[in-house]
Design a protein around this ligand. Structure first.
Ligand code: HDD
Length: 678
C-alpha cells in the first residue's frame, strides 16, 4: 500500500519549513555518528548490561545501565490538570493592518506584519491518552512570538464559559472530570457529578447548551471557531481604548462529526484530530483561520446593548457588533518533537504586549494567576520560560536568577535595581516611549465583597438565544445530546433537576429531553422573547471550501479513480481507494477502512463484503454524499440504500462531489432517518 503521508524523514526536513526557524539552535541537537552516554562517552553496546559472567548478576558499576534506566524512569512530566490531551502546530499570523486605529500592538496593527505562532488545540477533560473525538469543549490556545514580547490568546471553541468567577474553577473541574473513586468515565461529561454540579450551578447553562450542541464534536480542528471568550481592552497609540472580543473564524467553516461517528472514531482512530492536523500539514493542506474582533466602546460601565461585557457566560451577538477581520493565521509546520514542543509549551493569560490589556472579568482575573502557577509543578520550576518552545522572540533581560533547571549563564554581579555596578550589561526600566508595558491608569474603587454584579444573575436568556438561533436539525442534536448524557446518570434526582433548569430555557427542548428520559416535562419560566443570532447556526445554505476533505472509493485503482483523484486534488481533497487487498494505488483495504474517515464515499464495485456494506450504511446514516459508479449500484442494494434517496449521486464527477462536500452533509436526508411515527 502507498503511504498516506511522506516518510518522517521527509516531513521533518528543516529546509522545507515554510516558517522562520525559531528553534534553529536546538533542533536536532543529537549529532554525531556514534551512540554516546549522556556525557558524550562513546558506547560499544547498549543491548546488554554489564554482568559478572553471562548469567549475572548485573554490576552496580554499569554507569550506562543506570543512566539509561534512570533517564527513562523520569521521562514523563505531570499532564496538564485540564486540557491534558492536545496537539499543536506552528504557523504564521499575518496582520491586515485593519486594527491600527484600535491597538498599538504592532503584530495586530501593522499591515502585512508576519508573526510566528504556535497553536495548541485540546480537549478539556480527558487524560493525555484519551480519544480526540469525545464530546467536550476544545481549547484553541495561540502563542504569538512578537518582537515586543510574547502574547498568548488562550481561548476555546465556544465563546462562553461554565462559570463567571475563577474561584469556581476547581469545583467545575472536580465535577466534570472522572469520579474520584474509580477514575471513570474518561473524557466525557455524561455522568452524575457533572450534571449534579451544572444543574445546581445554573450560570453554567449557556455553556452547557454549547457543549451539547454540535460544537462539542468538531469534524476537525480545521473546522472549529476559536474565541478569546473574555472582553479585552485594546489601547491605541493615543492611549484611546476600546473593548473587544477575539474570534478565530475557520476558512473551512464550522463543521462537526455526527454523534455516532464520534463514538466509532473513538475506537477506530482515537487520534483522529491529531492525525488530521499533522497529515494535512505534511500534505501542504494547511489549516487557515481569520482573526477578527468585535469592537465595543469602552463605556464606563463595561456593558454593550445591555450585555455585561465582564460576564464570561454572555456573548455579544455578531449582529450587534460585527466581527471585523484583522489578520490571517496559517498553520504550516508540524513540531519535530511532541514532548519538547507540544507538551512543554506553557500558555499564560498574563502574557500581554503593549496595546492589549485585560479587563476586570472575574474569570479572567483568576486565570491571570493560575496559568503561571500551574507550570511550576507541571514543568518543574520557575525557569520554564527558558525551554525552547517558551522562549520569547524578544530579548530577555529580567534580573531573574537561579532556580531549578536554570540554563542561562548569567554574567555580572548586580541582578537588582537600582544599582550602580552593572554598567552596560544591566537592564534599565523602559518607559512607554521605549516600548515599555505601562498599565493604563484606571481608577479602582469598591467595597471589599464576595459578590457578583446584579447583571450576572440572568442565566437563561442567552442560553435560550443560542437554542433559538440554530437550525431545527441542530436543535434536535442538542435534545439528543442532553437525553444521552442524562440517561447515563445513575441518580434520577439529577435528571429531574436538570429538566427543571432546561424548562427555564426552552419548553420544546425540555419536552423532547423529558420524553427521551421517560419523565414528565416540568413547567419553567423561559424568556418570553429572544432575538436569534443567525451567525450562531452551523447548518445554513452556505457552501464552504473543501480542502482537507476525504473521499473514499470502494473499488479498484483504475483510470476513473485516478481522474477523480487528479481533479479533486486541485481543491485539496484527498481521494483514497478502498480495495479488497493492498497493492499499488490502494490506500485502504476492506479490513482497515471505516466510514468515519470519509466525508463522501463512492461505491464502484459490486462486492458483497459485509464490512463494505456496513461502511455504506454508516455513510448513509451519517448523511454523507454517496456516489455510484457502474456496478456500485449492487453494493448500495446490498446495503439496503435507495438509489433515489437524497445525496445518492449517480455517476458523479469531481464537480458534483465538490458541490456536495461544500455543504458538509446531505441534510435533506435527515427525515429518512427518523423513526416512523407509530
Ligand atoms: Fe484554562 C489550560 C482555556 C478558564 C486554569 N485553559 C487551558 C488551556 C486552554 C484553556 C485552551 C490549554 C492551554 C494549553 O494548550 O496548554 N481556560 C480556558 C478558557 C477559559 C479557562 C477559554 C475560560 C474562559 N482555566 C480557566 C480558569 C482557570 C484555568 C478559570 C483557573 C482558575 N487552564 C487553567 C490551568 C491550565 C489551563 C490549570 C492547565 C494547564 C495550563 O493551564 O497550562 O492553569
Amino acid at each position: 500500500m502507498e503511504p498516506t503521508v511522506p516518510s518522517p524523514k521527509v516531513k521533518q526536513d528543516a529546509e522545507s519549513s515554510p516558517v522562520k526557524e525559531s528553534l534553529a539552535t536546538v533542533r536536532g541537537l543529537q549529532t554525531g555518528d556514534h551512540l554516546t552516554s549522556g556525557q558524550g562517552v562513546r558506547l560499544p553496546d547498549t543491548d546488554h548490561s554489564l554482568k559478572a559472567g553471562p548469567r549475572g548478576p548485573a554490576l552496580l558499576e554499569d554507569f550506562h545501565l543506570r543512566e539509561k534506566i534512570t533517564h527513562f524512569d523520569h521521562e514523563r512530566i505531570p499532564e496538564r490538570v485540564v486540557h491534558a490531551r492536545g496537539s499543536g502546530a506552528y504557523g504564521t499570523f499575518t496582520s491586515y493592518g485593519t486594527a491600527a486605529s484600535v491597538t498599538k500592538a504592532p503584530f495586530l496593527a501593522e499591515k502585512d506584519r508576519e508573526t510566528e505562532v504556535f497553536v495548541r488545540f485540546s480537549t478539556v477533560l480527558g487524560s493525555r491518552g484519551s480519544a480526540d473525538t469525545v464530546r467536550d469543549t476544545r481549547g484553541f490556545a495561540t502563542k504569538f512570538y512578537t518582537p515586543e514580547g510574547t502574547f498568548d490568546l488562550v481561548g476555546n471553541n465556544m465563546p462562553v464559559f461554565f462559570i463567571q468567577d475563577a474561584i469556581k474553577f476547581p469545583d467545575l473541574i472536580h465535577a466534570a472530570k472522572w469520579h474520584p473513586d474509580r477514575e471513570i468515565p474518561q473524557a466525557q461529561t455524561a455522568h452524575d457529578t457533572f450534571w449534579d454540579f451544572v444543574s445546581l450551578h445554573t450560570e453554567a447553562t449557556h455553556h452547557v447548551m454549547w457543549a451539547m450542541s454540535d460544537r462539542g464534536i468538531p469534524r476537525s480542528y480545521r473546522t472549529m471557531e476559536g474565541f478569546g471568550v473574555h472582553t479585552f481592552r485594546l489601547v491605541n497609540a493615543e492611549n484611546e481604548t476600546v473593548l473587544v472580543k477575539f474570534h478565530w473564524k475557520p476558512v473551512a467553516g464550522v463543521h462537526s462529526q455526527a454523534w455516532e461517528e464520534t463514538q466509532i472514531t473513538g475506537g477506530v482512530d482515537p487520534d483522529f484530530h491529531r492525525r488530521d492536523l499533522a497529515d494535512s500539514i505534511d500534505a501542504g493542506l494547511f489549516y487557515e483561520y481569520e482573526l477578527g474582533i468585535q469592537v465595543m466602546p469602552d463605556s464606563g460601565d463595561e456593558t454593550f446593548e445591555g450585555i455585561d461585557l465582564l460576564d464570561a457566560t454572555k456573548i455579544v451577538p455578531e449582529e450587534l457588533a460585527p466581527v471585523q477581520p484583522i489578520g490571517k493565521l496559517v498553520l504550516n509546520r508540524n513540531p519535530d518533537n511532541f514532548h519538547a514542543e507540544t507538551e512543554q509549551i506553557a500558555f499564560h493569560m498574563g502574557n500581554l504586549v503593549p496595546g492589549i490589556e485585560v479587563t476586570n472579568d472575574p474569570l479572567l482575573q483568576g486565570r491571570l494567576f493560575s496559568y503561571l502557577d500551574t507550570q511550576l509543578s507541571r514543568l518543574g520550576g520557575p525557569n520554564f520560560t527558558q525551554l525552547p518552545i517558551n522562549r520569547p522572540h524578544a530579548p530577555v533581560n529580567d534580573n531573574f536568577r537561579d532556580g531549578l533547571h536554570q540554563s542561562v549563564v548569567h554574567r555580572g554581579i548586580a541582578p537588582y535595581l537600582p544599582n550602580s555596578l552593572a554598567g552596560e550589561e544591566g537592564p534599565v526600566p523602559a518607559g512607554p516611549e521605549k516600548g515599555g508595558y505601562v498599565h493604563l491608569p484606571k481608577p479602582v474603587l469598591g467595597d471589599k465583597v464576595r459578590a457578583n454584579p446584579v447583571s450576572f444573575a440572568d442565566h437563561y436568556t442567552q442560553a435560550a438565544l443560542f437554542y433559538a438561533s440554530l437550525s431545527p436539525i441542530e436543535q434536535d442534536h442538542i435534545a439528543e445530546a442532553f437525553t444521552f448524557e442524562l440517561s447515563k446518570c445513575y441518580e434520577q434526582a439529577i435528571r429531574v433537576r436538570m429538566l427543571s433548569v432546561l424548562a427555564n430555557v426552552n419548553s420544546e427542548l425540555t419536552a423532547k429531553v423529558a420524553a427521551g428520559l421517560g419523565l414528565p416535562a416540568p413547567e419553567g419560566k423561559p424568556p418570553v422573547t429572544v432575538t436569534p443570532s443567525p451567525a450562531l447556526a452551523q447548518i445554513t445554505d452556505r457552501v464552504w471550501p473543501i480542502a482537507g476533505r476525504v473521499v473514499g472509493i470502494i473499488g479498484t485503482p483504475d483510470k476513473q479513480a485516478e481522474a477523480l483523484q487528479k481533479a479533486l486534488k486541485a481543491q485539496g481533497v484527498v481521494v483514497r481507494v478502498i480495495a479488497p487487498v493492498g497493492g499499488p494505488g490502494v490506500e485502504r483495504t476492506f479490513q482497515t477502512a471505516r466510514s468515519v474517515e470519509f466525508d463522501a464515499v463512492i461505491a464502484a464495485t459490486a462486492t458483497t463484503d459485509l464490512q463494505m456494506t456496513v461502511l455504506l450504511q454508516e455513510a448513509f446514516r451519517h448523511l454523507k454524499p454517496i456516489g455510484v459508479w457502474g456496478k456500485g449500484e449492487q453494493l448500495l442494494a446490498n446495503a439496503g440504500i435507495d438509489l433515489k434517496a437524497p445525496g445518492i449521486l449517480p455517476d458523479p464527477d469531481a464537480e458534483t462531489l465538490a458541490a456536495a462536500l461544500g455543504r458538509h452533509r446531505v441534510w435533506e436526508r435527515v427525515p429518512l432517518l427518523k423513526p416512523a411515527a407509530s
